[in-house]
Design a protein around this ligand. Structure first.
Ligand code: DGY
Length: 325
């Protein structure tokens, strides 16, 4: 396939450097308005473009991929998570899929720490109080939170982002690192992070002052943190999620925050974004961010260029560097 004829669709607005990189090389359709594409528009795109570059806001299921003759041969996803793409359907339709691993590790680990700190130190609550004009001045018992120093951090999943979070928490805050993961990290990684692997999720939840979720979204992890798991957590514990919203049963979480069983939660992701579970919106103990994990100028540009590198490989017939299907 010659690159000058490659038709590429960016479903959302991208950082300028990455948009320009692709526009200089391919016949690119941009989404200047940055409005989410409808299922119908996406379905039509599969008939019109060689490459579609979707994001987490595009739900690419069997209805969208459809049965019509498809032009699309590559989905170069802008993002590392791909639970919004039906991988089996892509394989059946012979559409390759790539993602952008590695480049958003630090930004997402930073945001996990931000949520931990905001939840522990009641930062959202304090800011709302001040902006609402309700702050009456300094006093010894005003908005007392908790310190992270010396506390135990339990990581569910222990991939790149979890390890980068552990690095910050251990070396920056003196937190004790525990993890639960299907596979063990190397002895060197465990040594560097003073990390201890626990055999069961329940053990991890029982021993952690703060739990941070780092597993992929999808059927396998849906409601992984439900009633039993939340009941296993230490009284007053903090739960942080920068992974995918579906991993937590949010009704159970809201009830546990309301009853005081859990101390606080810091969430960046939700099961049906951009909807936020209404049960959480009224709770001061829930810190709620709008899926900002990778949202830095540096990282979003790197994500775009990484997706573009996969488009380049596809155009030149080379192996796709970040192929997931
Ligand atoms: C990611 O890269 O997975 C981010 O959550 C955005 O999709």
């Amino acid at each position: 396939m010659t690159s000058d004829r490659l038709r590429v669709l960016l479903t959302r607005r991208w950082p300028e450097a990455a948009e320009n990189y692709l526009a200089e090389r391919y016949d690119v359709t941009h989404n200047r308005e940055d409005t989410p594409m409808t299922a119908d528009e996406l379905a039509r795109a599969f008939e019109a473009y060689d490459v579609i570059c979707p994001t987490v806001s595009d739900n690419i299921d069997t209805d969208v991929i459809g049965a019509a003759p498809l032009r699309t041969r590559l989905l170069a996803n802008f993002g590392v998570g791909f639970d919004h793409i039906d991988i089996a359907a892509c394989k059946a339709a012979k559409i390759a899929v790539t993602n952008t691993p590695g480049v958003l590790t630090d930004a997402t680990a930073d945001l996990a720490m931000t949520l931990m700190l905001m939840a522990a130190r009641r930062a959202g609550e304090g800011e709302r109080e001040l902006r609402d004009g309700r702050w009456t001045g300094w006093r010894p018992t005003h908005l007392m939170g908790r310190e992270l120093s010396g506390k135990s951090l339990g990581l569910v999943g222990f991939g790149r982002i979890a390890q980068a979070t552990a690095h910050r928490a251990h070396h920056g805050f003196g937190m004790k690192i525990l993890y639960y993961s299907r596979s063990a990290a190397t002895p060197e990684i465990e040594r560097n992070l003073s990390a201890k692997r626990l055999d069961t999720l329940e053990d991890l939840l029982r021993q952690s002052d703060v739990t941070s979720l780092h597993v992929p979204g999808g059927a396998e992890t849906k409601n992984m943190i439900g009633a039993t798991e939340i009941a296993s957590m230490k009284p007053g514990a903090i739960l942080v999620n920068t992974a995918r919203g579906g991993v937590i049963d949010h009704d159970v979480l809201a009830a546990a925050l309301k009853s005081g069983a859990l101390g606080a939660a810091g969430l960046d992701v939700y099961p049906a974004e951009p909807a936020v579970p209404p049960s959480l919106l009224a709770l001061d103990k829930a810190v709620l961010l709008p899926h900002l994990g990778s949202a830095t100028v540096e990282t979003r540009e790197a994500m775009g260029l990484r997706a573009a590198a996969n488009v380049d490989a596809f155009a030149s017939g080379s192996p796709l560097p970040d192929r997931i299907a």
